[in-house]
Design a protein around this ligand. Structure first.
Ligand SMILES: NC(=O)c1ccc[n+]([C@@H]2O[C@H](COP(=O)([O-])OP(=O)(O)OC[C@H]3O[C@@H](n4cnc5c(N)ncnc54)[C@H](O)[C@@H]3O)[C@@H](O)[C@H]2O)c1
Length: 341
């Protein structure tokens, strides 16, 4: 049984605690830490059988019975807590992104390389049953030579401007999952990025210096092209689709819905909207990614999403940011050279 400590009891920390208790048989959450814990959170932790509730995550790092930590605190704390956890000899699952600062990600990379700890990054969509089936079709050669990868990724509602201001911008906060999906589905690296975007949903997002709607095109090392379309608000719900098209055919992923029932009447045909947001769409994927992390610890095999997989989408995001600012395509090599990568 792998004993786990969760650092950060916000939205995603709670999701992981609940999914481990329901679905991950070889793991148990022993402790959770958050400086802003309230009585309600403490009561919730008790209902899940979590033994210890701390305000300071160092109490988790000092517990030698805890083998692994999940870093689910706000993004600005991920890299420093990662470094401390490596030092404490804990296996680490870190929510995306590891950091917005590439130098800080590099220091985590180096610390992990020098240690024996496992380090997995929270790109949960790789563990979604639909995207996984699409990737298998690509890996099994069903698509032939890849030509085009298309990803649609739209949220049901825009976050508050206070969140936008500390998010690192749409590319590092939201599109980062789609950049990871391009790498995952294609099995290739991104070489060049061109981004256009605008604040079309909420002018306050524009005033905060960000955009809420974007189209990003990419050239990949395997010769294929990729396109992502993003929007912070789709009136019909969480729109998460993908297609890989190539010389032998295409594999497409559509949205998950609560049911596949369609109502046909003289007025038209009505089907279910997509599941509302990430908690509804990806609950099983969150459980699968932690099960894979625990399996890597138990069997002592490599984690399925490693620290390099955490770094690459940040570099692509920075290239997209530069492309948008300068209105021209940006090569990944140019971004990498800034950081001696
Ligand atoms: N993979 C995904 O689909 C996904 C989804 C949501 C969030 N995230 C990521 O997870 C992280 C948290 O997001 P969230 O939506 O849960 O945010 P949130 O604001 O709901 O929760 C963050 C929690 O971290 C706590 N915290 C801050 N500093 C801490 C510290 N030093 N020690 C312990 N706890 C601390 C806060 O008090 C808060 O409760 C972010 O990095 C975000 O990018 C990933």
């Amino acid at each position: 049984m792998v004993k786990i400590g969760i650092i950060g009891a916000g939205r995603i920390g709670k999701v992981h605690a609940e999914s481990i208790s329901k679905y991950v048989k070889d793991a148990k959450v022993k402790a959770i830490a958050d400086p802003f814990l309230n009585e309600e959170t403490e009561r919730w932790a008790k209902t899940l059988g979590i033994q210890h509730v701390y305000k300071d995550y160092h109490d988790i790092l000092q517990d030698s019975d805890i083998a692994a930590v999940l870093i689910c605190s706000s993004t600005d704390t991920h890299s420093s807590i990662s470094l401390e956890a490596v030092k404490a000899g804990k296996h680490i699952f870190c929510e995306k992104p590891i950091d917005h600062d590439v130098e800080k990600i590099k220091s985590v990379m180096e610390a992990v390389k020098r240690s024996k700890v496992k380090y997995q990054v929270g790109f949960n969509r790789r563990f979604d049953h639909n995207f996984r089936a699409a990737q298998e079709a690509v890996l099994n050669g069903k698509i032939g030579t890849q030509h085009v990868i298309k990803i649609t990724s739209r949220d049901p509602e825009a976050p508050p401007v206070s969140y936008v201001k500390v998010s690192g911008g749409i590319f590092l906060d939201m599109t980062i999952h789609d950049f990871d999906m391009v790498r995952y589905l294609s099995g290739s690296e991104v070489e060049e990025v061109y981004a256009i975007g605008s604040a079309l949903v909420d002018p306050a997002i524009g005033e905060a210096g960000d955009i809420d709607t974007a189209i990003i095109t990419m050239k990949l090392a395997n010769g294929a092209m990729a396109v992502i379309d993003n929007c912070r608000r789709a009136t019909y719900g969480y729109d998460q689709r993908a297609e890989v098209f190539g010389s032998k055919g295409s594999v497409a992923v559509t949205n998950d819905t609560a049911s596949t029932a369609t109502l046909s009447t003289e007025d038209g045909v009505v089907a279910e909207k997509p599941l509302y947001f990430f908690l509804e769409r990806y609950m099983q994927a969150y459980a699968n990614e932690i099960a894979a992390f625990v399996e890597a610890i138990v069997k002592d095999v490599p984690v399925p999403v490693n620290v390099v997989d955490g770094l690459e989408p940040v570099l692509i995001g920075l290239a997209a940011k530069k492309s948008l600012a300068e209105n021209k395509p940006v090569k990944l090599a140019e971004i990498k050279s800034l950081f001696d990568l």
